[in-house]
Ligand binder design. Structure first.
Ligand code: V47
Ligand code: SF4
Length: 371
């Protein structure tokens, strides 16, 4: 076996990773050019087990996408609308609160709240949304607003990013989700989402959030126009910020879904690319504790397989998801706790319910969910 592995063109890189040495940009780029997915996955799995043992985390949560009205038109996005467009929507405060309360009654420990960059809603609306949810559901963790939304809110509030974050934190915001990162490469951003906050801007918002004690996730949207080098550059930048702040909890690779987008002629990602991105992320991000598979985007079956390729977290029950489903995702919008547990057990892993901050959750009774 060892003799066979030695013959692999990436033996030197995987040996480095196995010995706990940090991989370089060049190492990452070479890994992406290799098709030795089983060997890459094997070492990623060893690292995953060193960090998280046999545990596979899941969370009982609910996504609330409060509005799809957005001033931007990212080419990869099928979700955003102008106010006048058919299919535009905006949830009122009561509807948001009803969703939040229902989720908590069903056992959710986290609300994941994101939306478009609404050109008219005032900052007060967002602060009130967080404070009212926090008041009615004091025990639920509110993970809300991507770094891109935070920058937008700071503009409408005419406050610094730091002040904006502080105001939201005081209202009850618990952490930031990892969306809006896309790929940091300015060249790709210029083609895909020229109006959007730059990659450096995204990292700066996260830096400020972490300094305030607000932890966050990080994502990377892949499978569109980016090169392997763009992906590695993205991972190296995240790793550098994590060295600086230690504020990231998990990294979530997001597979691009082309349907109904301006890139609808583009093919969907393949299982080979999905597993490569997952495993190489696990190997490059040596200072991230968790790699998460968002089953909605990755698909249920491949998410289960990913638990042997570097992933230790399979996200949550979700309940309702509009962003990927607008772009043609064929997964359901919700999974029951029982289904999640079964997927994890059949992969030979030990299911562990976590809260947003990765504390273990123990329940007196098993949840009975209808979805
Ligand atoms: O920012 C948009 C991406 C993100 C498409 O932090 C698309 O735990 C695929 O960030 N195909 C929002 N992706 C979702 C997100 C997320 C999801 C789950 C968990 C967490 C977390 C974060 O979705 C956007 C954008 O990068 N996106 N359009 C599309 N067509
Ligand atoms: Fe707007 Fe976000 Fe869609 Fe870009 S990805 S168009 S910012 S909702």
């Amino acid at each position: 076996m060892e003799k066979l592995l030695r013959q692999s063109s990436i033996y030197d890189i995987l040996q480095k990773a196995h010995c706990g040495e940090r991989l370089s940009f060049e190492d990452g780029a070479r890994l992406f050019k290799s098709n030795d997915i089983l060997y890459i996955g094997h070492i990623a799995n060893i690292i995953r087990e060193r960090k998280n043992g046999n545990k596979a985390y899941y969370i009982i949560n609910r996504h609330i996408n409060y509005s799809n009205i957005c001033k931007n038109r990212c080419k990869f996005c099928a979700f955003s609308r102008d106010k006048e467009d058919a299919g535009s929507y905006e949830m009122g405060m009561e509807e948001i609160l009803e969703n939040a309360v229902a989720a908590v009654e069903e056992g959710a420990t986290e609300l994941h709240i994101v939306g478009g960059l609404h050109p008219e809603l005032p900052f007060d609306f967002y602060v009130k949304m967080i404070s009212e949810i926090h008041e009615r559901c004091p025990d639920v963790h509110i993970q809300a607003f991507t770094a891109v939304e935070i920058e937008h809110l700071s503009q409408i509030a005419k406050l610094s990013v730091c002040q904006t974050l502080k105001t939201l934190k005081d209202a009850g915001l618990g952490s930031l989700p990892g969306g809006g990162a896309e790929v940091f490469s300015p060249k790709i951003r210029e083609q895909l989402c020229p109006e959007k906050l730059s990659g450096e801007g995204w990292l700066q918002v996260m830096r400020e959030a972490h300094k305030l004690g607000l932890r966050s996730n990080a994502t990377m949207l892949y499978g569109h126009l980016e090169t392997p080098e763009d992906r590695v550059n993205h991972l190296v930048k995240l790793r550098a910020l994590q060295d600086e702040t230690g504020g990231f909890m998990s990294f979530i690779p997001l597979a691009f879904h082309p349907r109904n987008t301006e890139l609808s002629n583009h093919s969907s990602t393949t299982a080979m690319l999905d597993l490569k991105v997952i495993a190489i992320s696990r190997l490059m991000l040596d200072n991230f504790d968790h790699i998460k598979a968002f089953w909605i985007m990755l698909g249920i079956k491949l998410s289960q397989v990913s638990l042997s390729f570097g992933v230790d977290d399979i996200d949550g029950t979700v309940q309702e998801e509009k962003i990927t489903h607008a772009a043609g995702a064929e997964t359901p919008e919700a999974l029951s706790v029982h289904e999640i547990i079964r997927l994890i057990r059949e992969a030979g892993r030990e299911p562990v319910e976590r809260d947003t901050l990765y504390n273990h959750v123990t329940r007196k009774r098993v949840l009975v969910q209808t979805s």
